[in-house]
Design a protein around this ligand. Structure first.
Ligand SMILES: NC(=O)c1ccc[n+]([C@@H]2O[C@H](COP(=O)([O-])OP(=O)(O)OC[C@H]3O[C@@H](n4cnc5c(N)ncnc54)[C@H](OP(=O)(O)O)[C@@H]3O)[C@@H](O)[C@H]2O)c1
Length: 278
């Protein structure tokens, strides 16, 4: 039997954090199941030497068949679940339809929750396991035009904080990773979703949207203090291998800065800082 620790990574398609973490953990000696939403990405991951299975977090059948297949291949063993797959729907809160907001939650929260609930009994039976939630700096501070994503990551933080209490004594440890800006396809994907789902011509924020479009075209997708995805990989390895994994891992300078500002400022003073962030 294969004794390597089994890791499941969601959202492993090329160019993002999941892809970097899947390869990094494989190099580190783990047996990695790099899952991806699209069939063509599964083939690509296989061609790169990874074990890969299709898993779309917005689809319960896809989650269930992916878990069944992995458990079959590992004789029922899962040591680590890295809940990474997610997207960010940009747009002002008042420009989000119920359907668009729901879809944000279907992937970022409900799918992640459903997958986690399939893995927890496996880990409880083993008496050990690590669950690592890729949250965000936007899981604890809000920014304008990120309401859907903010809400999904705040909700993930809430669910995780509760789960951590409920997992006490089970041998399962759960950690949150809270990155600030990291190089990936996140912003490019978000821009496409903005174009698809936000009707700027009907919005009171039309001018702000157009200013953001101009800024993105001029500056390119990278925000200040952006780090490569290896910065997240380092925290994931700590969360897996440390005897006492941290509850929260902050990644990038802005993640630390805003956590500190949230601690020391009143909500009103924090708002005046956050309101200036583009
Ligand atoms: N990059 C940042 O600055 C940053 C900062 C804080 C937190 N994060 C978090 O980091 C994680 C990874 O994002 P990233 O930056 O690497 O962005 P990314 O390059 O866009 O990767 C996101 C991954 O999630 C996948 N995904 C989207 N919808 C999915 C679904 N329904 N089912 C399964 N997978 C799905 C994407 O698959 P497709 O390619 O098929 O769309 C992609 O593989 C996310 O949880 C994100 O919220 C990122």
């Amino acid at each position: 039997m294969n004794q390597r620790k089994v890791v499941i990574v969601t959202g492993s398609s090329a160019g993002g954090i999941g892809h970097c973490v899947a390869h990094g953990l494989k190099t580190h000696g783990y047996r990695v199941f790099a899952t991806a939403r699209k069939a063509e990405d599964v083939e690509k991951l296989k061609s790169e030497g990874l074990e890969s299975i299709q898993l779309d977090l917005a689809d319960s059948n896809s989650i269930n068949s992916a878990v069944d297949e992995i458990l079959k291949l590992t004789d029922g063993r899962v040591d680590v679940l890295f809940n990474n797959g997610a997207f960010g729907q940009p747009g002002a809160v008042e420009d989000l339809t119920r359907e668009v907001l729901r879809f944000q939650f279907e992937t970022n929260l409900f799918g992640t929750h459903e997958l986690t609930n399939r893995i927890i009994p496996v880990m409880r039976k083993q008496g050990h396991g690590r669950i690592i939630q890729n949250s965000s700096l936007l899981g604890y501070v809000a920014l304008r035009f990120r309401g859907a994503y903010n809400a999904s990551k705040f909700a993930l933080e809430g669910l995780t904080d509760t789960l951590r209490l409920e997992l006490q004594g089970s041998g399962i440890q759960i950690s949150l990773i809270e990155p600030g800006p990291v190089t990936s396809r996140f912003r490019t994907n978000g821009f496409e979703l903005y174009k698809k789902n936000i009707d700027k011509d009907k919005s009171v924020f039309k001018e702000s949207y157009e200013a953001t479009e101009r800024r993105l075209k001029k500056e390119g997708p990278a925000a200040p203090f952006t780090l490569p995805p290896e910065a997240v990989l380092k925290k994931v390895i700590h969360a897996i291998e440390s005897k006492r994994p941290k509850i929260r891992y902050r990644v990038t300078f802005p993640a630390h800065l805003f956590a500190w500002l949230k601690r020391i400022l009143s909500s009103r003073r924090l708002d005046s800082v956050l309101g200036k962030v583009e």
